[in-house]
Write a protein that binds this ligand. Structure first.
Ligand code: ZN
Ligand code: ZN
Length: 356
């Protein structure tokens, strides 16, 4: 699912180019032979995904694709023409993760060009249950929602909250699986895949060593904190994965970060620390809420500070908010700070050593 971002953004920095009312960006030249094409997202506050185009003597290679809509395909076609090439010439599509705004259109590009599509295996294996035949996954989502404490009257809406986007995804099977450290074959460019699970179990960033560029997908965005959902396909401790994946980018010399949304930025290491601090603040807020006694995840989520009032967070956003709360609780549980009594709902409380 497209990431939704119910958490408040890190303190705004001077450069706010992704604000909702700013002009829609155009096709931009990032470096010689490297372009950024904004591909529009329907009904989504992020407004666009940035598709990066690597020119080579064989033809262009893309990073990420967009949703499977005519508008998106048309924008990509027009963008490729603007940089002097054509969708039929595309040789490969490197998808950072399987959310519909990145992967949805890849199949249509392959149909038009014969390009290969790549994904990390941990995301590739989620495709069938998520997009082809989600009935079993929906059952598991409903059970998880009951454990979280979702009220009966909201259960059906929340269970099905991600279903409207299914038609916007062409659930194709990738041709190439890229593991951590893999070097996709893109002639003239020195790309290495970096496995950065958290936002999605198979999320990949890509480092381009020759130009010291970090293509960060949704893992690191300049202004927004990516949603780290806890759901049946998220793995046992997705927020711990995400925090480790932030640390994993620290060693890289990076001149510019090329994210999949918002805008390019230069200070990767500052941004990594802001994201860590956001989650430290969140852990403290959750622990504070548990000082009064055991609560369900739903109850905790509805008491946390979000970028808007809880009552205004509905549908998929609400599910993402509760899922993100559980992601925090899970890290605290593994660290021995909270405990959980399983049930419907499961009740979370401070562990004895913390409660004192
Ligand atoms: Zn995403
Ligand atoms: Zn995205």
């Amino acid at each position: 699912m497209a990431h939704e971002h119910p958490v408040p953004p890190a303190p705004q920095r001077a450069r706010g180019a992704a604000a909702a009312n700013d002009p829609f960006p155009g096709v931009e030249k990032v470096r010689d032979g490297l372009w950024s094409i904004p591909v529009p997202l329907p009904n989504n506050s992020l407004r666009y995904v940035l598709v990066y185009v690597f020119e080579t003597d064989r033809g262009p290679y893309l990073m990420d694709a967009g949703w499977n809509t005519d508008d998106a395909f048309g924008a990509l076609e027009a963008g490729l023409r603007e940089v002097g090439t054509d969708v039929a010439a595309v040789q490969g599509v490197m998808v950072t993760h399987i959310h519909p705004d990145h992967y949805g259109l890849a199949g249509r590009i392959r149909e038009a060009s014969g390009a290969w599509i790549s994904l990390h295996p941990a995301d590739a294996e989620l495709i069938h249950d998520r997009y082809d035949d989600p009935s079993d996954l929906l059952t598991r989502v409903a059970a998880a929602l009951r454990r979280m404490g979702a009220p009966d009257e909201e259960l059906d809406t929340l269970k099905n909250a991600a279903m409207p986007v299914r038609p916007l995804v062409d659930p194709v099977v990738p041709d190439v699986l890229l593991e951590d450290g893999a070097r996709p074959e893109v002639p003239g460019w020195d790309l290495t895949a970096i496995w950065t699970p958290g936002h999605s179990p198979g999320h990949l960033c890509f480092y381009e060593a020759r130009h010291e560029l970090m293509l960060s997908g949704d893992h690191v965005l300049p202004r927004i904190t990516p949603n780290i959902p806890f759901h049946p396909q998220a793995g046992a401790n997705p927020l711990a994965d995400f925090l480790a994946s932030l640390d994993k980018l620290e060693p890289y010399e990076v001149e510019e970060v090329l994210p999949a949304h918002e805008y390019r930025f230069s200070d990767l290491h500052t941004r990594l620390e802001e994201l860590r601090q956001h989650h430290r603040d969140r852990f403290a807020e959750v622990v504070g809420l548990l000082r009064d006694g055991p609560r369900s995840a739903w109850d905790i989520a509805s008491s946390l500070t979000w970028s808007r009032q809880w009552d205004d967070i509905a549908g998929f956003m609400r599910r993402a908010a509760v899922g993100e709360t559980v992601s925090h609780l899970k890290v605290l549980e593994v660290d021995g700070i909270v405990e959980v009594a399983d049930g419907e709902p499961a009740l979370w409380s401070l562990s004895e050593k913390v409660a004192g």
